[in-house]
Design a protein around this ligand. Structure first.
Ligand SMILES: Cc1ncc(COP(=O)(O)O)c(C=O)c1O
Length: 405
């Protein structure tokens, strides 16, 4: 890798690019996946259980629909909701999101089910998490992008939408280390959101997937449960988390938190979808977190992840184009190119053997009207692979810019 790409001319760059292409790389910065060394931090999850009994009951059998109490405590720690308001489910928070959307769509509790409404829309802070948008598409939920400010969505533009659109039923929020922008929601924005949710009767889907994923110990995320209680808006919040990026991705425990009233309504619907969660896995997690506290465990993750984010920052700084985030936690860096270049950069990278998240994927319907956002997920590579991937990335960024001029 060169010391700088700031003065490089187009001819030199084309040579560099061809040279990189000829190396036959196969690198991937697409998905926020933990690297093997992070997964190894949770090895003791595999220790055989001393007993299958938990509070006198055999975890191998049906029962405990809402999850083992000790596991609901783990969810409570992640979501800042009382354990009684938490469901500890199976291995995925996305599945719980799907189950909640299905509940509001088909059943609705005491409210009109969404499938009886002409139109259902969600506010989608963007760039955002592609799978939230995919869920909306599955449910034919109309998506309205709203911009992010660094401390949460732009409340002014949300107000404008709400004034003229009565079909808003929800908003997706990733309140801490947002995927991909790294936003950490402020108390003030959270309160304003709660206020609007109450006034316009919509739900805040509070996906706190990265609540414990700080590089350094830093600001707290607003305690939305407490804030919502203060203004009697607790029925407007549904909160999600999982241990996917704490223990095993796809082998952890998913959680959903909600008001007691919502939980009473949701429970029978949930009971139609499962008889019991995987409590053997829940017990493994309870035992695991009895031996190591969450903060210490997450500090070990941070020690493995932080150098990767430092490397992204260092290498992107070697070139003069675009803007990017410097997150204080989470799994992503959000890069913004000059308008009209993201697709080109992603295509150039692909030809040189580097897969990036498709341009546009971070926007509803895959449409980034500026064609500018690229999500960088550096965790899955080792440091050596990451360095090669970033070299390709900066060469492609420079090439796309210089070819344009
Ligand atoms: C914001 C966000 N929510 C949820 C998930 C997926 O969580 P789970 O594995 O619990 O379904 C991810 C994974 O990347 C994510 O970034």
């Amino acid at each position: 890798m060169r010391n700088s790409y700031k003065e490089i001319d187009l001819i030199e760059l084309e040579v560099l690019y061809e040279n990189l292409k000829s190396k036959g790389f196969s690198l991937d910065l697409t998905r926020g996946k933990p690297h093997e060394d992070q997964l190894d931090l949770s090895r003791s999850l595999n220790d055989p259980l001393d007993s299958f009994l938990y509070q006198g009951k055999d975890v191998r059998n049906y029962g405990e629909l809402l999850g083992l109490s000790g596991c609901r405590e783990i969810g409570s720690q992640l979501l800042d909701f009382p354990a009684d308001n938490i469901v500890a489910g199976n291995n995925s928070s996305l599945l719980l999101m799907h189950q909640l959307l299905s509940f509001f769509y088909i059943d609705g509790g005491e409210e009109t089910p969404w499938n009886k409404k002409d139109r259902v829309s969600f506010l989608c802070p963007s760039p955002g998490y592609d799978r939230h948008f995919r869920l909306c598409e599955e449910f034919s939920i109309n998506m309205i992008p709203v911009s992010l400010t660094g401390i949460g969505p732009d409340i002014g533009s949300i107000k404008k939408v709400l004034e003229k659109d009565e079909s808003i039923e929800g908003i997706w929020c990733v309140p801490r280390h947002s995927n991909p922008t790294g936003d950490i929601y402020s108390d003030e924005i959270t309160l304003q959101l709660l206020d609007l949710a109450k006034k316009h009767n919509f739900k805040i889907f509070w996906d706190n997937a990265y609540s414990a994923h700080d590089f350094e110990e830093s600001l707290n995320t607003p305690n939305i449960f407490q804030l919502s209680k203060n203004i009697q808006a607790e029925d407007h919040v549904i909160a999600f988390a999982s241990t996917s990026k704490i223990t095993y991705a796809g082998g952890g425990v998913g959680f959903v938190g909600m008001s007691s009233r919502n939980l009473d309504r949701f429970r029978p619907f949930y009971a139609s979808t499962i008889i019991s969660p995987d409590k053997v896995n829940q017990l493994r997690h309870i035992n695991f977190f009895e031996k190591i506290d969450l903060k210490t465990h997450m500090a070990s993750h941070a020690n493995l992840i932080r150098p990767k984010f430092d490397l992204v920052e260092k290498v992107l700084s070697l070139q003069p184009y675009g803007e990017w985030t410097k997150p204080s936690g989470g799994y992503f860096v959000s890069y913004s190119s000059a308008p009209g270049l993201a697709r080109e950069i992603v295509n150039l990278a692909k030809e040189a053997g580097l897969k990036l998240t498709s341009a546009g994927a971070t926007y509803p319907y895959g449409i980034d009207s500026e064609d500018s956002n690229i999500r960088i997920a550096p965790t899955a590579c080792n440091m050596e692979e990451l360095e090669s991937a970033l070299e390709i990335l900066v060469v492609c960024i420079c090439l796309a810019n210089l070819r344009k001029n």
